[in-house]
Ligand binder design. Structure first.
Ligand SMILES: C[S@@+](CC[C@H](N)C(=O)[O-])C[C@H]1O[C@@H](n2cnc3c(N)ncnc32)[C@H](O)[C@@H]1O
Length: 319
C-alpha cells in the first residue's frame, strides 16, 4: 500500500515561521504554543498524553495532570482562529481499576473558554486488552469544538457510501425518486469505515496496532485516516492544522496529503525523528498508509482462526 504525494515536498522547518508550510518542532507544547501568533490556526487536532505512565510521561494524580494541561489549553484557544475547530482525542485514565473518562474532565476546561461542542465522536476499534474485571474497552472519544458558530463543515468531503443507495421515496412529491444523496451518507458520530454488517456499523478506523501498515514504536499513535477525516471536514485547502502533541507525525502526514499547512510539536526526540522519517517516506511515495475509507476486513468464517478449536468442540459434545 504505497501512497505518492500529489504535490511538492515542503521543507520541514524546525521552528515556527509564518511562511513555512510544514513545521515540526522538538519541544514543550505549552512553550511552543505561547510563541504562535493569535488566531493563526484553523484546526487544532491532537491526542494529548493520557497520564497512563507510558514511556513519554510521568504518571500524576488526575488533578495535577489536568492542572498542567490548563495553561496549554488557554494558549491553544488563543491561537485558534474565530472560525476554527479543535478536536481533542482521548481515552480513559485508570487508577486502581477505576475508570475516569478523560473527555468528561476536559469538557469543562474547554467550556470555560466559551468553545462550543459540535460532536462527541466515538472512535471504535476491535482490538485491545482483554479485561477480566470489567468489559474490555473498545472505543475512545474525540471532542470536536468550534470557537464560534461560524465554522467550516465540509460534509461532502467525508461522506461514505450508503448501504442501500437504490432506496426511493415511496410517497410524497418525490415518490419514485432516489431518497438518498448521490454523494453518499453522513458518516455519523460513531466513526465507521464501510462494514458489511449494517447493525454493527461503527465509524471503525482500525486502532493502530500490530498488522496495521502504519504502526511505529509509538505506543499510542492514531491512524492517519482518523486525522484525514477531521481535516477534510473541518478545513479548506491551504489552511493551517496544528497538533501540539504530534507524536510520530500522523496529523502532519494527513495535513500534507490534503494540501493543508501543518504544524506539530513533540517533546520526545525519538518520536520527532520517526515523524521526520515518515514525512520523508511519504514524499518519496514509500510510506505505507491505510487508504481513507478502506473497508475493514471481515472474516468469512472459513478461516482457521474463525473456527472453534477442536479441543473445545470435544468439550462441548461431552457436556
Ligand atoms: C497520545 S500521544 C500522540 C500520538 C500522535 N497522535 C501520533 O499519532 O503519533 C501524545 C504525545 O505527546 C507527547 N507529549 C507529552 N507531553 C508533551 C508536552 N508537554 N509537549 C509536547 N509533547 C508532549 C508525548 O511524547 C506523546 O508522543
Amino acid at each position: 500500500m504505497q501512497t505518492a504525494p500529489l504535490f511538492g515536498a515542503p521543507e520541514i522547518a524546525e521552528d515556527f515561521r509564518a511562511d513555512a508550510a510544514l513545521v515540526l518542532h522538538l519541544g514543550e507544547a505549552g512553550a511552543f504554543t505561547a510563541r504562535l501568533p493569535d488566531q493563526s490556526v484553523d484546526l487544532i487536532l491532537t491526542s494529548p498524553p493520557y497520564n497512563l505512565g507510558k514511556d513519554y510521561e510521568r504518571r500524576l494524580t488526575l488533578e495535577a495532570y489536568l492542572a498542567l494541561q490548563k495553561p496549554i489549553i488557554a494558549e491553544l484557544v488563543r491561537v485558534l482562529r474565530q472560525t476554527g475547530s479543535l478536536c481533542w482525542q482521548v481515552g480513559n485514565y485508570v487508577e486502581d481499576g477505576e475508570v475516569f473518562p478523560l473527555d468528561i474532565f476536559y469538557y469543562g476546561l474547554f467550556k470555560q473558554h466559551g468553545l462550543q461542542l459540535r460532536n462527541r465522536i466515538i472512535w471504535h476499534f476491535r482490538h485491545g486488552l482483554h479485561n477480566t474485571k470489567r468489559f474490555s474497552g473498545r472505543y475512545e472519544t474525540l471532542l470536536w469544538f468550534t470557537k464560534s458558530d461560524r465554522y467550516t463543515f465540509n460534509l461532502d468531503a467525508v461522506r461514505i457510501a450508503a448501504k442501500y443507495p437504490g432506496k426511493r421515496h415511496y410517497k410524497g412529491k418525490h415518490v419514485g425518486k432516489p431518497s438518498g444523496n448521490p454523494k453518499g451518507k453522513n458518516p455519523s458520530d460513531v466513526w465507521e469505515i464501510l462494514l458489511d454488517d449494517w447493525e454493527s456499523a461503527f465509524w471503525d478506523i482500525p486502532n493502530v496496532k500490530a498488522n496495521h501498515p502504519e504502526k511505529t514504536v509509538h505506543p499510542c499513535q492514531f491512524p492517519v485516516e482518523l486525522a484525514e477525516r477531521c481535516i477534510l471536514a473541518l478545513t479548506e485547502t491551504g489552511q493551517t492544522v496544528y497538533d501540539p502533541f504530534v507524536g510520530v507525525g500522523s496529523t502532519l502526514i494527513a495535513a500534507l496529503k490534503h494540501e493543508r499547512r501543518a504544524i506539530g510539536c513533540e517533546r520526545e526526540p525519538t518520536y520527532v525523528q520517526i515523524a521526520r522519517e515518515r514525512i520523508t517516506a511519504y514524499h518519496a511515495g514509500t510510506l505505507r498508509l491505510r487508504p481513507l475509507g478502506k473497508p475493514i476486513y471481515e472474516p468469512s468464517g472459513r478461516e482457521k482462526v474463525a473456527q472453534t478449536p477442536e479441543e473445545w468442540q470435544a468439550q462441548e459434545s461431552c457436556e
